[in-house]
Design a protein around this ligand. Structure first.
Ligand SMILES: Cc1cc2nc3c(=O)[nH]c(=O)nc-3n(C[C@H](O)[C@H](O)[C@H](O)COP(=O)(O)O)c2cc1C
Length: 415
Protein backbone atom coordinates (compact mmCIF):
# COMPACT_ATOMS: atom_id res chain seq x y z
CA UNK A 1 0.00 0.00 0.00
CA UNK A 2 1.33 3.49 -0.79
CA UNK A 3 2.58 5.00 2.50
CA UNK A 4 1.53 8.45 1.28
CA UNK A 5 -2.09 7.65 2.29
CA UNK A 6 -1.25 6.20 5.68
CA UNK A 7 -3.08 8.22 8.37
CA UNK A 8 -4.22 10.91 5.93
CA UNK A 9 -7.65 12.47 6.43
CA UNK A 10 -9.61 12.55 3.23
CA UNK A 11 -13.01 14.06 2.58
CA UNK A 12 -14.82 12.14 -0.15
CA UNK A 13 -17.62 14.33 -1.48
CA UNK A 14 -20.22 12.33 -3.39
CA UNK A 15 -22.83 14.09 -5.53
CA UNK A 16 -25.87 12.69 -7.28
CA UNK A 17 -25.02 10.72 -10.41
CA UNK A 18 -25.09 7.10 -11.49
CA UNK A 19 -21.33 6.88 -10.88
CA UNK A 20 -21.96 7.05 -7.11
CA UNK A 21 -21.64 3.26 -6.99
CA UNK A 22 -18.03 3.54 -8.21
CA UNK A 23 -17.22 5.86 -5.33
CA UNK A 24 -17.96 3.03 -2.93
CA UNK A 25 -14.96 1.20 -4.46
CA UNK A 26 -12.88 4.35 -4.13
CA UNK A 27 -13.82 4.73 -0.44
CA UNK A 28 -12.85 1.09 0.05
CA UNK A 29 -9.41 1.47 -1.60
CA UNK A 30 -8.62 4.62 0.35
CA UNK A 31 -9.69 3.00 3.62
CA UNK A 32 -7.61 -0.12 2.89
CA UNK A 33 -4.61 2.16 2.35
CA UNK A 34 -5.12 3.35 5.97
CA UNK A 35 -6.58 6.74 5.08
CA UNK A 36 -9.35 8.07 7.32
CA UNK A 37 -12.18 8.72 4.90
CA UNK A 38 -15.04 11.07 5.79
CA UNK A 39 -17.82 10.84 3.24
CA UNK A 40 -20.12 13.79 2.61
CA UNK A 41 -23.11 13.05 0.38
CA UNK A 42 -25.44 15.50 -1.29
CA UNK A 43 -29.14 14.78 -0.91
CA UNK A 44 -29.27 13.66 -4.55
CA UNK A 45 -26.37 11.23 -3.97
CA UNK A 46 -28.35 9.50 -1.20
CA UNK A 47 -30.97 8.60 -3.83
CA UNK A 48 -28.36 6.54 -5.71
CA UNK A 49 -26.45 4.87 -2.84
CA UNK A 50 -27.50 4.66 0.80
CA UNK A 51 -25.17 6.41 3.28
CA UNK A 52 -24.95 3.19 5.28
CA UNK A 53 -22.94 1.62 2.42
CA UNK A 54 -20.17 4.21 2.78
CA UNK A 55 -20.49 4.04 6.55
CA UNK A 56 -19.86 0.30 6.56
CA UNK A 57 -16.92 0.60 4.14
CA UNK A 58 -15.18 3.51 5.91
CA UNK A 59 -16.23 2.59 9.46
CA UNK A 60 -17.00 6.28 9.92
CA UNK A 61 -20.13 8.41 10.09
CA UNK A 62 -21.36 9.74 6.76
CA UNK A 63 -22.43 13.40 6.72
CA UNK A 64 -25.37 14.67 4.72
CA UNK A 65 -26.83 17.49 6.80
CA UNK A 66 -25.44 21.00 7.28
CA UNK A 67 -27.31 21.46 10.53
CA UNK A 68 -25.97 18.36 12.23
CA UNK A 69 -23.25 19.15 14.83
CA UNK A 70 -20.09 17.15 15.53
CA UNK A 71 -18.79 16.21 18.94
CA UNK A 72 -15.73 14.09 18.11
CA UNK A 73 -13.35 16.84 19.23
CA UNK A 74 -15.06 17.08 22.59
CA UNK A 75 -16.55 20.44 21.61
CA UNK A 76 -19.72 20.92 19.65
CA UNK A 77 -18.72 22.24 16.22
CA UNK A 78 -20.38 22.49 12.88
CA UNK A 79 -19.66 19.50 10.64
CA UNK A 80 -18.38 21.54 7.73
CA UNK A 81 -15.74 23.31 9.83
CA UNK A 82 -14.61 20.21 11.72
CA UNK A 83 -14.19 18.19 8.56
CA UNK A 84 -12.68 20.95 6.42
CA UNK A 85 -10.03 21.95 8.95
CA UNK A 86 -8.89 18.38 9.60
CA UNK A 87 -8.63 17.17 5.99
CA UNK A 88 -5.42 16.63 3.97
CA UNK A 89 -7.29 16.10 0.69
CA UNK A 90 -10.81 16.78 -0.60
CA UNK A 91 -11.98 14.48 -3.40
CA UNK A 92 -15.29 15.04 -5.19
CA UNK A 93 -16.32 11.89 -7.06
CA UNK A 94 -18.61 11.87 -8.85
CA UNK A 95 -18.93 15.62 -9.35
CA UNK A 96 -22.24 16.47 -11.02
CA UNK A 97 -22.74 19.55 -13.18
CA UNK A 98 -24.77 21.02 -10.34
CA UNK A 99 -22.02 20.42 -7.75
CA UNK A 100 -19.33 21.83 -10.07
CA UNK A 101 -21.46 24.96 -10.40
CA UNK A 102 -21.88 25.26 -6.64
CA UNK A 103 -18.13 24.85 -6.08
CA UNK A 104 -17.16 27.37 -8.77
CA UNK A 105 -19.70 29.92 -7.55
CA UNK A 106 -18.72 29.52 -3.92
CA UNK A 107 -22.19 28.50 -2.83
CA UNK A 108 -22.86 26.99 0.58
CA UNK A 109 -26.46 25.85 0.36
CA UNK A 110 -25.66 22.22 1.26
CA UNK A 111 -22.93 20.43 3.24
CA UNK A 112 -20.54 19.34 0.42
CA UNK A 113 -20.07 22.79 -1.12
CA UNK A 114 -20.23 24.51 2.28
CA UNK A 115 -17.38 22.31 3.53
CA UNK A 116 -15.40 23.09 0.36
CA UNK A 117 -15.74 26.81 1.18
CA UNK A 118 -14.22 26.20 4.57
CA UNK A 119 -11.36 24.05 3.19
CA UNK A 120 -7.95 25.33 2.07
CA UNK A 121 -5.97 22.22 0.99
CA UNK A 122 -5.64 20.28 -2.28
CA UNK A 123 -8.82 19.25 -4.09
CA UNK A 124 -9.29 16.54 -6.71
CA UNK A 125 -12.47 16.42 -8.79
CA UNK A 126 -13.74 13.53 -10.92
CA UNK A 127 -16.66 14.85 -13.02
CA UNK A 128 -19.39 12.55 -14.31
CA UNK A 129 -22.26 13.56 -16.53
CA UNK A 130 -23.94 13.19 -19.89
CA UNK A 131 -21.88 14.50 -22.87
CA UNK A 132 -23.90 17.65 -23.58
CA UNK A 133 -23.91 18.60 -19.90
CA UNK A 134 -20.10 18.26 -19.85
CA UNK A 135 -19.71 20.29 -23.04
CA UNK A 136 -22.14 23.01 -21.92
CA UNK A 137 -20.42 26.43 -21.71
CA UNK A 138 -21.63 26.84 -18.12
CA UNK A 139 -19.98 23.59 -17.03
CA UNK A 140 -16.78 24.34 -18.97
CA UNK A 141 -16.59 27.78 -17.44
CA UNK A 142 -16.99 26.37 -13.93
CA UNK A 143 -14.23 23.83 -14.63
CA UNK A 144 -11.98 26.63 -15.90
CA UNK A 145 -12.64 28.69 -12.76
CA UNK A 146 -11.86 25.76 -10.48
CA UNK A 147 -8.67 24.92 -12.43
CA UNK A 148 -7.53 28.53 -12.14
CA UNK A 149 -7.73 28.14 -8.35
CA UNK A 150 -5.39 25.13 -8.53
CA UNK A 151 -8.07 22.43 -8.28
CA UNK A 152 -7.00 19.13 -9.93
CA UNK A 153 -9.27 17.24 -12.30
CA UNK A 154 -9.18 13.61 -13.31
CA UNK A 155 -11.36 12.74 -16.32
CA UNK A 156 -14.00 12.59 -17.46
CA UNK A 157 -13.27 9.71 -19.83
CA UNK A 158 -15.00 8.99 -23.10
CA UNK A 159 -16.99 5.82 -23.48
CA UNK A 160 -20.40 4.32 -22.91
CA UNK A 161 -22.53 6.48 -20.63
CA UNK A 162 -25.39 5.37 -18.39
CA UNK A 163 -27.82 6.73 -21.01
CA UNK A 164 -26.51 4.12 -23.48
CA UNK A 165 -24.87 6.80 -25.63
CA UNK A 166 -21.15 7.14 -26.25
CA UNK A 167 -19.17 10.30 -25.56
CA UNK A 168 -17.20 12.32 -23.01
CA UNK A 169 -18.58 12.49 -19.49
CA UNK A 170 -17.93 9.09 -17.97
CA UNK A 171 -16.30 9.15 -14.53
CA UNK A 172 -12.84 7.55 -14.61
CA UNK A 173 -12.44 4.28 -12.75
CA UNK A 174 -11.89 4.34 -8.96
CA UNK A 175 -8.33 3.00 -9.36
CA UNK A 176 -7.38 5.98 -11.49
CA UNK A 177 -8.85 8.44 -8.98
CA UNK A 178 -6.91 6.60 -6.26
CA UNK A 179 -3.65 7.00 -8.24
CA UNK A 180 -4.27 10.71 -8.74
CA UNK A 181 -5.09 11.12 -5.04
CA UNK A 182 -1.59 9.76 -4.27
CA UNK A 183 -0.05 12.12 -6.82
CA UNK A 184 -1.83 15.18 -5.40
CA UNK A 185 -0.88 14.25 -1.82
CA UNK A 186 2.74 13.66 -2.89
CA UNK A 187 3.07 17.14 -4.30
CA UNK A 188 5.54 19.22 -2.32
CA UNK A 189 7.40 16.07 -1.17
CA UNK A 190 11.20 15.60 -1.06
CA UNK A 191 11.54 15.06 -4.82
CA UNK A 192 9.62 18.21 -5.76
CA UNK A 193 11.16 19.79 -8.85
CA UNK A 194 13.14 16.61 -9.63
CA UNK A 195 12.49 14.85 -12.92
CA UNK A 196 12.81 11.09 -12.50
CA UNK A 197 12.88 8.90 -15.60
CA UNK A 198 12.33 5.17 -15.07
CA UNK A 199 12.57 2.36 -17.59
CA UNK A 200 10.45 -0.75 -17.08
CA UNK A 201 9.31 -4.01 -18.64
CA UNK A 202 10.92 -6.47 -21.01
CA UNK A 203 11.74 -5.28 -24.53
CA UNK A 204 10.51 -7.32 -27.50
CA UNK A 205 12.75 -7.84 -30.52
CA UNK A 206 10.79 -8.83 -33.65
CA UNK A 207 11.64 -12.06 -35.47
CA UNK A 208 8.80 -11.80 -37.99
CA UNK A 209 5.38 -10.05 -37.98
CA UNK A 210 3.98 -12.46 -35.37
CA UNK A 211 6.98 -13.49 -33.25
CA UNK A 212 9.45 -11.76 -31.00
CA UNK A 213 12.36 -12.50 -28.66
CA UNK A 214 11.43 -11.44 -25.15
CA UNK A 215 12.05 -12.17 -21.48
CA UNK A 216 10.10 -12.84 -18.30
CA UNK A 217 10.03 -9.26 -17.01
CA UNK A 218 6.54 -8.09 -15.95
CA UNK A 219 7.47 -4.45 -15.30
CA UNK A 220 6.23 -4.69 -11.67
CA UNK A 221 9.43 -3.26 -10.21
CA UNK A 222 9.53 -0.29 -12.62
CA UNK A 223 5.86 0.48 -12.03
CA UNK A 224 6.44 0.39 -8.25
CA UNK A 225 9.42 2.74 -8.69
CA UNK A 226 7.32 5.17 -10.75
CA UNK A 227 4.60 5.23 -8.07
CA UNK A 228 7.16 5.75 -5.30
CA UNK A 229 8.83 8.63 -7.22
CA UNK A 230 5.46 10.26 -7.95
CA UNK A 231 4.40 9.98 -4.29
CA UNK A 232 7.56 11.81 -3.20
CA UNK A 233 6.59 14.70 -5.48
CA UNK A 234 8.83 13.91 -8.48
CA UNK A 235 7.85 14.74 -12.03
CA UNK A 236 7.93 11.14 -13.21
CA UNK A 237 8.34 9.65 -16.67
CA UNK A 238 7.96 5.90 -17.24
CA UNK A 239 9.50 4.64 -20.47
CA UNK A 240 8.06 1.17 -20.67
CA UNK A 241 8.06 -1.94 -22.81
CA UNK A 242 4.78 -3.97 -22.73
CA UNK A 243 3.76 -4.48 -19.09
CA UNK A 244 1.77 -7.25 -17.42
CA UNK A 245 0.63 -4.86 -14.69
CA UNK A 246 -1.44 -1.67 -14.91
CA UNK A 247 0.78 1.38 -15.41
CA UNK A 248 0.49 4.01 -12.70
CA UNK A 249 -1.65 7.13 -13.01
CA UNK A 250 -0.23 10.61 -12.57
CA UNK A 251 3.03 9.85 -14.40
CA UNK A 252 3.99 10.49 -18.03
CA UNK A 253 3.93 7.19 -19.91
CA UNK A 254 6.19 6.59 -22.91
CA UNK A 255 5.32 3.18 -24.40
CA UNK A 256 7.97 1.48 -26.56
CA UNK A 257 8.62 -2.10 -27.70
CA UNK A 258 12.25 -2.66 -28.71
CA UNK A 259 15.63 -1.99 -27.10
CA UNK A 260 16.41 0.51 -29.85
CA UNK A 261 13.17 2.42 -29.16
CA UNK A 262 13.89 2.43 -25.42
CA UNK A 263 17.42 3.71 -26.10
CA UNK A 264 16.09 6.50 -28.32
CA UNK A 265 13.41 7.52 -25.80
CA UNK A 266 15.92 7.60 -22.90
CA UNK A 267 18.37 9.68 -24.97
CA UNK A 268 15.61 12.07 -25.99
CA UNK A 269 14.67 12.65 -22.34
CA UNK A 270 18.26 12.80 -21.07
CA UNK A 271 18.76 16.60 -21.24
CA UNK A 272 15.83 17.08 -18.84
CA UNK A 273 16.46 14.01 -16.65
CA UNK A 274 17.68 14.55 -13.07
CA UNK A 275 17.51 10.91 -11.99
CA UNK A 276 17.50 7.90 -14.30
CA UNK A 277 16.49 4.52 -12.92
CA UNK A 278 17.03 1.67 -15.37
CA UNK A 279 14.89 -1.21 -14.19
CA UNK A 280 13.84 -2.50 -17.63
CA UNK A 281 14.97 -5.92 -18.84
CA UNK A 282 16.47 -4.75 -22.11
CA UNK A 283 17.38 -7.38 -24.70
CA UNK A 284 21.15 -7.66 -25.27
CA UNK A 285 20.64 -9.21 -28.71
CA UNK A 286 18.09 -8.90 -31.51
CA UNK A 287 17.60 -10.75 -34.79
CA UNK A 288 19.80 -9.13 -37.40
CA UNK A 289 16.69 -8.53 -39.43
CA UNK A 290 13.00 -9.12 -38.90
CA UNK A 291 11.36 -11.16 -41.68
CA UNK A 292 8.63 -9.28 -43.52
CA UNK A 293 6.43 -12.36 -43.77
CA UNK A 294 5.71 -15.00 -41.14
CA UNK A 295 8.46 -17.65 -41.12
CA UNK A 296 6.98 -20.92 -42.45
CA UNK A 297 7.24 -24.21 -40.62
CA UNK A 298 9.86 -26.20 -42.55
CA UNK A 299 11.58 -29.53 -41.82
CA UNK A 300 14.98 -29.20 -40.17
CA UNK A 301 16.57 -26.51 -38.09
CA UNK A 302 16.14 -22.75 -38.37
CA UNK A 303 18.93 -20.35 -37.58
CA UNK A 304 18.33 -16.78 -36.44
CA UNK A 305 21.41 -14.60 -36.51
CA UNK A 306 21.58 -12.10 -33.67
CA UNK A 307 23.31 -8.77 -33.28
CA UNK A 308 23.93 -6.60 -30.23
CA UNK A 309 21.35 -4.02 -29.22
CA UNK A 310 22.49 -0.59 -27.98
CA UNK A 311 23.60 -0.63 -24.33
CA UNK A 312 21.40 2.13 -22.87
CA UNK A 313 23.03 2.63 -19.47
CA UNK A 314 26.52 2.49 -20.99
CA UNK A 315 25.56 5.17 -23.50
CA UNK A 316 24.17 7.30 -20.64
CA UNK A 317 27.36 6.73 -18.64
CA UNK A 318 29.47 7.94 -21.57
CA UNK A 319 27.36 11.07 -22.00
CA UNK A 320 27.77 11.84 -18.31
CA UNK A 321 31.52 12.15 -18.74
CA UNK A 322 30.80 15.28 -20.83
CA UNK A 323 27.70 16.51 -18.98
CA UNK A 324 27.71 15.17 -15.39
CA UNK A 325 24.51 16.97 -14.42
CA UNK A 326 22.32 15.07 -16.89
CA UNK A 327 21.38 12.93 -15.15
CA UNK A 328 22.63 13.89 -11.70
CA UNK A 329 22.02 10.36 -10.49
CA UNK A 330 21.88 7.05 -12.36
CA UNK A 331 20.56 3.91 -10.70
CA UNK A 332 20.80 0.56 -12.47
CA UNK A 333 19.49 -2.92 -11.79
CA UNK A 334 21.46 -6.11 -12.20
CA UNK A 335 19.31 -9.22 -12.53
CA UNK A 336 21.96 -11.93 -12.24
CA UNK A 337 22.04 -15.72 -12.05
CA UNK A 338 25.75 -16.26 -11.23
CA UNK A 339 28.84 -14.39 -10.01
CA UNK A 340 26.32 -11.96 -8.60
CA UNK A 341 28.49 -9.45 -6.82
CA UNK A 342 31.27 -9.43 -9.39
CA UNK A 343 28.82 -8.82 -12.24
CA UNK A 344 26.99 -6.05 -10.36
CA UNK A 345 30.16 -4.21 -9.35
CA UNK A 346 31.56 -4.53 -12.89
CA UNK A 347 28.38 -2.94 -14.30
CA UNK A 348 28.43 -0.12 -11.75
CA UNK A 349 31.96 0.81 -12.77
CA UNK A 350 31.74 0.22 -16.54
CA UNK A 351 28.51 2.15 -16.96
CA UNK A 352 29.48 5.05 -14.71
CA UNK A 353 26.43 4.60 -12.42
CA UNK A 354 25.95 5.89 -8.87
CA UNK A 355 24.01 2.95 -7.50
CA UNK A 356 23.18 -0.57 -8.59
CA UNK A 357 20.45 -2.81 -7.22
CA UNK A 358 21.49 -6.45 -7.38
CA UNK A 359 18.76 -8.97 -7.68
CA UNK A 360 19.38 -12.74 -7.56
CA UNK A 361 16.77 -13.90 -10.08
CA UNK A 362 17.40 -17.57 -9.35
CA UNK A 363 16.14 -17.16 -5.74
CA UNK A 364 12.51 -18.42 -5.54
CA UNK A 365 11.21 -15.28 -3.80
CA UNK A 366 13.12 -12.70 -5.85
CA UNK A 367 13.19 -11.42 -9.41
CA UNK A 368 10.73 -11.91 -12.26
CA UNK A 369 6.99 -12.47 -11.85
CA UNK A 370 6.97 -12.53 -8.02
CA UNK A 371 5.84 -9.73 -5.72
CA UNK A 372 8.96 -9.73 -3.55
CA UNK A 373 12.65 -8.94 -3.99
CA UNK A 374 15.74 -9.59 -1.92
CA UNK A 375 18.28 -7.04 -3.10
CA UNK A 376 21.78 -5.81 -2.33
CA UNK A 377 22.57 -2.13 -2.94
CA UNK A 378 26.05 -1.13 -4.06
CA UNK A 379 26.93 2.55 -4.28
CA UNK A 380 29.82 4.20 -6.10
CA UNK A 381 31.40 5.36 -2.86
CA UNK A 382 31.86 1.70 -1.80
CA UNK A 383 28.76 1.54 0.40
CA UNK A 384 27.00 -1.86 0.40
CA UNK A 385 23.69 -2.79 2.02
CA UNK A 386 21.89 -6.13 2.07
CA UNK A 387 18.19 -5.48 2.35
CA UNK A 388 15.84 -8.15 3.77
CA UNK A 389 13.10 -9.77 1.68
CA UNK A 390 10.62 -6.97 0.92
CA UNK A 391 7.67 -6.40 -1.38
CA UNK A 392 8.59 -4.70 -4.66
CA UNK A 393 6.68 -1.63 -3.42
CA UNK A 394 8.83 -1.48 -0.28
CA UNK A 395 12.04 -1.94 -2.29
CA UNK A 396 10.92 0.86 -4.64
CA UNK A 397 10.09 3.20 -1.75
CA UNK A 398 13.44 2.50 -0.08
CA UNK A 399 15.34 3.15 -3.34
CA UNK A 400 13.56 6.47 -3.86
CA UNK A 401 14.22 7.48 -0.24
CA UNK A 402 17.89 6.71 -0.91
CA UNK A 403 17.74 8.82 -4.11
CA UNK A 404 16.22 11.73 -2.11
CA UNK A 405 18.98 11.39 0.49
CA UNK A 406 21.69 11.42 -2.19
CA UNK A 407 20.18 14.61 -3.60
CA UNK A 408 20.27 16.12 -0.10
CA UNK A 409 16.47 16.06 0.21
CA UNK A 410 16.08 13.62 3.11
CA UNK A 411 14.91 16.23 5.64
CA UNK A 412 12.67 18.04 3.19
CA UNK A 413 9.72 19.74 4.86
CA UNK A 414 6.56 19.22 2.82
CA UNK A 415 5.30 22.54 1.53
C1 LIG B 1 -30.99 8.69 -13.02
C2 LIG B 1 -30.28 10.01 -12.93
C3 LIG B 1 -28.93 10.07 -13.19
C4 LIG B 1 -28.25 11.27 -13.11
N1 LIG B 1 -26.91 11.30 -13.40
C5 LIG B 1 -26.25 12.47 -13.36
C6 LIG B 1 -24.89 12.53 -13.67
O1 LIG B 1 -24.23 11.52 -13.96
N2 LIG B 1 -24.26 13.74 -13.67
C7 LIG B 1 -24.95 14.90 -13.35
O2 LIG B 1 -24.31 15.96 -13.38
N3 LIG B 1 -26.24 14.86 -13.01
C8 LIG B 1 -26.91 13.68 -13.02
N4 LIG B 1 -28.25 13.66 -12.69
C9 LIG B 1 -28.90 14.89 -12.27
C10 LIG B 1 -28.54 15.23 -10.82
O3 LIG B 1 -28.87 14.17 -9.96
C11 LIG B 1 -29.24 16.51 -10.42
O4 LIG B 1 -28.74 17.60 -11.19
C12 LIG B 1 -29.04 16.83 -8.94
O5 LIG B 1 -29.71 18.04 -8.66
C13 LIG B 1 -27.59 16.96 -8.60
O6 LIG B 1 -27.48 17.39 -7.27
P1 LIG B 1 -26.15 17.36 -6.48
O7 LIG B 1 -25.10 17.97 -7.32
O8 LIG B 1 -26.44 18.16 -5.26
O9 LIG B 1 -25.86 15.95 -6.12
C14 LIG B 1 -28.94 12.46 -12.75
C15 LIG B 1 -30.30 12.39 -12.45
C16 LIG B 1 -30.97 11.18 -12.53
C17 LIG B 1 -32.43 11.14 -12.19
Amino acid sequence: MPPILNGKRIILGVSGGIACYKSVMLASRLTQANAQVDVIMTEAATKFVAPVTFQAITQRAVSTDTFESWTDTGRLRSGHITLAHAADLFIVAPATAQTLARLALGMGDELLSLTALSYKGPMLIAPAMETNMWGHPATQQHVETLRSWGVDFVGPASGRLASGEHGAGRMVEPDEIFEHACRVLGRGGPLTGVRVVITAGGTREPIDPVRFMGNHSTGKMGVALARAARDLGAETVLIHAPLSVTPPGGVTLVPIRTAQQMHDAVMEHLPTTDVLIGSAAVADYRPIHSEEKKIKKLPGQQTIILERTPDILKAVGERRHDDPLHPRLVVGFAAETDDLEENALGKLERKNMDMIVLNDVTAPDSGFAVDTNRVIIFERDGNREDWPLMSKEEVAQAILQRVAARLGRQNWARR
